[in-house]
Design a protein around this ligand. Sequence first.
Ligand SMILES: Cc1cc2nc3c(=O)[nH]c(=O)nc-3n(C[C@H](O)[C@H](O)[C@H](O)COP(=O)(O)OP(=O)(O)OC[C@H]3O[C@@H](n4cnc5c(N)ncnc54)[C@H](O)[C@@H]3O)c2cc1C
Length: 317
Amino acid sequence: MNATIPTTLAQGLDAIVQTNAPLAAHTWFGVGGSADMLVQPKSEDALRELVRRCFMENLPVRVLGSGANLLVLEEGVPGVVVKLDQPAFTQWTLRPDGDANSVLAPAGVDVLKLLNTCVREGLDGICQMAGIPASMGGATRMNAGGKYGCIGDAIQAVATMNNRGAITVHPRNAIQFSYRHSSLPQELILWTLLQFTPDNPDTLRTKMLEIYKYKKNSQPLAENSAGCLFRNPIAQDGTRASAGRLIDLAGLKGFTHGSAFVSAEHANFVCVHKNGRANDVLELARIIQDRVRDSQGVQIEMEVAVWGRSFEPKEKM
Ligand SMILES: Cc1cc2nc3c(=O)[nH]c(=O)nc-3n(C[C@H](O)[C@H](O)[C@H](O)COP(=O)(O)OP(=O)(O)OC[C@H]3O[C@@H](n4cnc5c(N)ncnc54)[C@H](O)[C@@H]3O)c2cc1C
């Protein structure tokens, strides 16, 4: 175990604990190094106690969702990675408190599984998420979505836990959702309350499949990637320019660097070969940024979170 983590850190916690835990299989890139410690708490109490202990020990805590917007570097991740994939965090409640049109979704809920259930139940609100792999916590954090809308459109409230274990409930009107961003504090997202409108399940199924078809026809969903690597930058007229188009104009579609390559189908998808290197992805990202800046005069920023010992997390609990 990493010398900075006391052996007693997770002692007595109702949790699955692994030291030097490889994270590649937990991410959609499928590459990269290990976390000093990976903890999968089995209850909210265990989670609260864990984050309090980490706070006391001054250890960094990172939350791993479904790993669909994450690059873990070979150098590994310091401190504790928490994954909310045990039943206490993956089971949603349809119509909590008798509210016919809402769903309470803990952070570990698989958004696509929830989407399928909502469609079957005749609840319309998250069809825009078709084809977007995410945990509820990860989707809420960055307001995931696209052409057809984003998760924030359906959010009624969000609960977060701070690094001392205190929980705050944020009502919808206290949260700003914008392009791939939520104004929530840099805390662990515990659950999201979603609001739906009733509709015919067959109509909803058609809508969901149409959105999925659009995505499947325009993006390389089967490759190892994290979706769009870069944020769409703000153009001079204030609208968002397509980062994919800028990369394409820089002549980089299909460009390869080691085991990483720019998709020939969608230039904002940077993919990596099986058993490839996360560092190749990061190096390629820097090459793309340089080429786009030099050829188009635009600075593009990464959307994907990068975890590594030499990287201060952008989002810190
Ligand atoms: C094939 C493919 C297609 C994609 N298409 C789209 C798309 O169309 N639109 C889109 O928006 N995205 C897309 N993405 C990216 C990804 O689906 C979204 O960013 C999604 O929201 C990531 O959720 P996650 O649970 O996987 O988060 P992770 O990748 O696990 O984490 C991402 C960030 O969120 C933080 N986080 C995760 N859970 C929590 C929590 N409970 N509390 C606090 N912070 C948390 C992590 O710490 C990290 O900083 C795509 C990805 C892939 C692989």
